[in-house]
Design a protein around this ligand. Structure first.
Ligand code: BTN
Length: 275
């Protein structure tokens, strides 16, 4: 028997209200994608702050045009839509990652620019990811911050990075409780980013950096490859890579960064699928 999820919509709204009194919290049983829905609304001129959760996505999207597969109940999929005007937009996905990781578990790591990883003896495994899109409407820019978290174990076939899930860290946590843990701090984070940009999050990202001091390969998907050692992120969120030609700053989010010894890299790139 499938037990229906009980979503703490009111508790989330109450926690978010002091920082964002005009925000709404919507929980829907099914959507194509929470990001797609909020981008549609923004293009139609609806720029109000909203936290939109879908129990099931039929066309979930990940970075680099990949699909994001999830099963109702076994994952948490939501987007926060909010109009922002930060001093600089660079580093938003990193700040979001810091917030989500800190809300969930001390051992969660961040893999530049947008993945939540568990790193252990079994290798690197992906627990979740972040997809940020923006829409310009008149003078305003509306950010759609999508977060996907594996709550229960999932099939890793075809994924570039094997999956991890929240139940490994806390067997009692379900998707609604995870949302309640994540959402209030995420709203605070995004508002702070809107005021100060990424700088206040730099040290916190670096403390959880999964790539720190590891050999990495950066690929732009068009044959351009850069190899070196990862050295954390700068104050604008750029990934610093020490190469034979000196320190390079990687700013484009349209690249794939993998630890060099990652046996999954070649097959993942070839299949074009993401965890
Ligand atoms: C990635 O790792 O490539 C990013 C994955 C982001 C998935 C989330 S699930 C909620 C929101 N809606 C989507 O279609 N994608 C994001």
């Amino acid at each position: 028997m499938v037990v229906p999820l009980r979503w703490p919509a009111e508790a989330v709204w109450e926690a978010v209200y002091p920082a964002l009194p005009d925000a709404s919290v919507e929980i829907l049983p099914e959507l194509d994608s929470t990001n797609t829905e909020l981008m549609r609304r923004a293009r139609a001129g609806r720029l109000e702050p909203v936290l939109l959760v879908a129990e099931r996505q039929t066309a979930g999207r990940g970075r680099l045009g990949r699909e994001w597969l999830s099963t109702a109940g076994d994952s948490l999929t939501f987007s926060l839509g909010i109009a922002l005007s930060p001093p600089s937009w660079s580093g938003l996905s990193l700040a979001v990652g810091v917030s989500v990781a800190e809300s969930l578990h001390k051992d969660l790591k961040l893999k530049w620019p947008n993945d939540l990883w568990l790193v252990g003896a079994g290798g690197d495994r992906k627990l979740g990811g972040i997809l940020i899109e923006t829409a310009c409407v008149g003078e305003q820019r509306y950010a759609v911050i999508g977060v996907g978290i594996n709550v229960a174990a999932r099939d890793g076939a075809g994924l570039a990075t094997p999956p991890a899930c929240l139940h490994e860290l806390d067997a009692g946590l379900d998707a609604p409780q995870a949302l309640l843990r994540i959402a209030p701090a995420l709203v605070q984070t995004v508002l702070a980013f809107g005021q100060f940009g990424f700088a206040p999050f730099q040290a916190r990202f670096n403390a959880r950096d999964a790539l720190r001091d590891r050999a990495v390969r950066v690929s732009d998907g068009h044959g351009g490859v850069l190899e070196g050692t990862a050295h954390g992120v700068g104050e604008d969120g750029a990934l610093l890579v020490h190469t034979a030609l000196g320190m390079k700053q990687i700013t484009s989010s349209e690249v794939s960064v993998r630890p060099q010894a990652d046996a999954h890299w070649a097959s993942g790139a070839a299949s074009g699928k993401a965890a």
